[in-house]
Design a protein around this ligand. Structure first.
Ligand code: SF4
Length: 747
């Protein structure tokens, strides 16, 4: 007997909405997966090859079917199958022992980005809240641009700027779209069709990227720049606009803090009568903002030995340090291209900027993102259909009450960023963390940088590691306890983005796998707080969905069980962030000058050289190549990397290098080489690839460690991070590539 069931695919692929899947089930087994229907038009045939690969993943021989207890030395892969009761006892025994010695918060829970169901993500947080533990919040990777945009626009970084961005289908309203440091042709698997449609309809696409990526190939123009120099290019474009007075004076005067005055000596914003001070051109004096008849933009005024300048004038002064010839030297982008880009951007009606994670994985990612976003503000493009600056696309938030479930009775777990948590584990500060429970991810693969240090210091310092996963990943291998998790087809949950979709259990779990909700309910019982996990799942889901206001007023589990997918909005118009031009910043305006970042020397989006990947760095002499590690179309980070489908398309990791760099090293296409730096070494096949800029090499991220011939690419990265980004700098890395003829190492 065969039935067709609807559920939803929800990995970290940034699809919005996540793709509904239609699964044919015969005799309790899924036999086919295809795209599902949506209640409104425009989402037909929405599925990518990874959605279809869910079938192979579901019945993969590597699926974990029983809880596993480590019996040998950590990392050696010696396991004993145990019962769930024994697993829960081991977990809670370790938790209570460690809590007794170091305090309850010495146990951390981290959910990475492998799934987005409300119950799946929030169950570990609820358990952590109930037991006084620590939760590691969103941070560590792909967070730098979001932090920069948070500083400027006030949208919390944890939303990845989604409420401030524009949905992908808004591309059709742009005359010009700049895709800056991203490769949506590969990474926005199903949403990139909106860009293609827009281009057909006349939108000009310009791709800025060191690599001639798939997106560069589908664009009208590709601008190649030196990796990490994005901020210098943005500042030069700003200079082009300001020095020729081509900017939206009304917009910047009304909606940004460019007219605000700064005390030049202390670099603090000036206040008058409790308000930001501005220079009123009508009365020729400093006045409180609300009293300004005609706030001036260009102000540089000295009185009684005190110099005050406007934020605008300071920006103008800084931008003047980036004339096109200087910018050409810094970025490698020819001066005439910079001039032409500035003209085309400001003349477009309107222009959009879509920033990708290529801008992100740098020490100064936030500063560079802010420099880029200045352009959209100077153009007056914020809040206009077809304009704006976006990171993940854009989406209006629904008032989901996940914290009601995650933090019952308002008990809040301790929250640490990934960096703080790493320091808590390795250095015991701000407090010791001695046990961790990892779900929905594989952080010991590529998320945590400097893998050799992770294994030598981080893993070694943890007294107990539990990993919840469907597979024995590179992270699970280092655990003391591994708990088998359900697939998307084996659990009930709700996935919320542009739609609200039911993820439903359509087949029985393989072996004894459990959903994350079931696992934490079991642990809660064992710990003695089971009464807080005792309601049926739908009760908790209803609690999260329950809101009397539209668009949620008529959404509940009963309806979702019936309809499977709900479109809660009155219209399916493209989403445009800041249509109302309300900015949740301290000043209520877009902040070019961000006062609270002054302590980090980041009150303005200064351009700074990459922390490592720069010719000015001492390591450059030994390791002159920048290591890029962008996404593969066959994986989402390390998810799906173990499937035959992936291995057929990408049988092994390769390092890609330009012909000129290969020749300079006497390396041939297909040869086995080593990529090294002062932290690590990987032995890998080399591919000569003319899409790679000279001075760079590229190893696509997400390969599992065993796929490398020797070593791994993740041991080459470092763990430096800026205090303003909460982001590791995975691309800000220097390496050398060479034939395998030497064995010396660099200290
Ligand atoms: S992995 Fe593919 S099918 Fe699944 S949600 Fe993302 S784009 Fe859709």
């Amino acid at each position: 007997m065969s039935t067709v069931e609807r559920t939803v695919c929800d990995p970290n692929c940034h699809a919005n909405p996540k793709c509904g899947l239609s699964a044919t089930v015969e005799n309790g087994r899924i036999v086919e997966i295809g795209p599902a229907d949506y209640p409104i038009e425009g989402f037909e045939n929405r599925i990518c090859l990874l959605g279809r690969a869910r079938l192979e993943q579901q019945y993969h021989p590597g699926r974990l079917t029983k809880p596993l207890k480590r019996v040998g030395t950590r990392g050696r892969g010696e396991w004993e199958e145990i019962s769930w009761a024994e697993a829960a006892r081991l977990f809670v025994e370790a938790q209570k022992r460690i809590a007794a010695e170091y305090g309850e918060r010495a146990i951390s829970f981290q959910q990475i980005s492998g799934a987005y169901g409300l119950l799946t993500r929030n169950s570990p947080v609820r358990y952590a809240s109930l037991t006084g533990a620590t939760v590691i919040r969103s941070s560590g990777i792909d967070f730098g641009v979001a932090k920069g945009l948070e500083a400027m626009f006030g949208i919390p970084a944890s939303t990845y700027f989604s409420p401030g961005g524009h949905s992908h289908d808004d591309a059709i309203n742009s005359e010009l779209t700049i895709i800056w440091g991203g490769n949506p042709a590969v990474t926005k698997r199903v949403d990139q069709t909106a860009l293609r449609r827009a281009r057909k309809a006349g939108t000009t696409l310009i791709c800025i990227d060191p690599v001639r990526s798939e997106t560069a190939k589908m664009s009208d123009e590709w601008i190649s720049l030196r990796p990490g120099s994005d901020g210098a290019l943005a500042w030069s474009l700003v200079h082009q606009l300001l020095s020729t007075d081509r900017f939206d004076n009304d917009f910047v005067s009304t909606h940004t803090n460019l007219p605000f005055l700064v005390d030049a000596e202390s670099a603090t914003l000036l206040r008058k009568e409790g308000e930001p001070a501005v220079w009123c051109a009508a009365s020729d004096r400093v006045v409180p903002l609300s009293a300004a008849v005609e706030p001036a933009l260009r102000v540089d005024h000295s009185e009684a030995g005190r110099r005050v300048i406007s934020v605008f004038s300071e920006i103008e002064r800084l931008a003047a340090e980036f004339p096109t010839d200087t910018a050409e030297q810094l970025t490698g982008v020819p001066a005439d291209i910079i001039e032409s880009l500035a003209t085309r951007y400001i003349d477009a009606d309107p222009a959009a900027i879509r920033i990708g994670y290529g801008v992100d994985r740098w020490y100064n990612a936030d500063l560079n993102a802010r420099a880029i976003a200045m352009l959209a503000c100077l153009g007056g493009y914020i809040g206009l259909p077809g304009g704006g600056v976006s990171l993940e696309g854009g989406n209006q938030s629904l008032p989901i009450k996940s914290t009601h479930f995650a933090m019952p009775g308002r008990r809040r777990p301790e929250l640490l960023s990934m960096m703080e948590a790493d320091s808590a584990v390795i250095d015991g500060a701000p407090y010791p963390v001695k046990m961790t429970c990892i779900s929905l991810g594989n952080p010991f693969n590529q998320v945590k940088p400097n893998r050799n240090k992770v294994l030598a210091e981080h893993v070694a310092a943890l007294e107990f590691i539990c990993v919840i996963d469907q597979f024995m990943t590179d992270t699970a291998k280092w655990a003391d306890l591994v708990l088998p998790a359900c697939s998307i087809f084996e659990k009930d949950d709700v996935v919320v983005d542009r739609f609200i979709q039911l993820q439903q259990r359509i087949v029985e779990p393989v072996g004894e796998a459990k959903s994350d909700f079931q696992i934490f309910r079991l642990l809660a019982d064992e710990y003695g707080v089971g009464e807080h996990f005792s309601e049926p799942q739908d009760v908790y889901l209803d609690e999260m969905l329950n809101d009397d206001s539209p668009p949620l007023a008529e959404v509940n589990m009963e309806r979702l069980r019936r309809e499977k997918v709900v479109f809660p909005w009155p219209t399916n118009e493209p989403y445009v962030g800041f249509r109302d031009r309300v900015f949740p910043t301290p000043s209520g305006r877009i902040e070019f000058f961000t006062e609270h970042l002054r302590e980090h020397g980041a009150e303005l989006p200064y351009f700074r050289e990459p922390i490592e990947a720069s010719p000015q760095h001492p390591l450059f002499e030994h390791f002159p190549l920048v290591l890029l590690s962008s996404h593969s179309r066959h994986r989402i980070h390390s998810t799906f990397a173990n499937l035959e489908m992936t291995k057929r398309s990408e049988p092994e990791p390769v390092v890609r290098i330009s012909l000129a760099d290969a020749r300079a090293r006497n390396v041939r296409d297909g040869e086995i080489v080593e990529v090294i730096n002062n932290r690590g070494r990987v032995v890998i096949r080399c591919a000569i690839d003319e899409t790679i800029r000279e001075g760079c090499v590229l190893i696509r991220e997400g390969h599992w460690i065993d796929d490398f011939i020797e070593g791994d690419a993740y041991g080459l990265t470092h763990d430096h991070h800026s205090p303003t980004t909460e982001n590791y700098a995975h691309y800000d890395v220097l390496v050398e590539l060479r034939r395998i003829v030497q064995t010396d190492t660099y200290a």
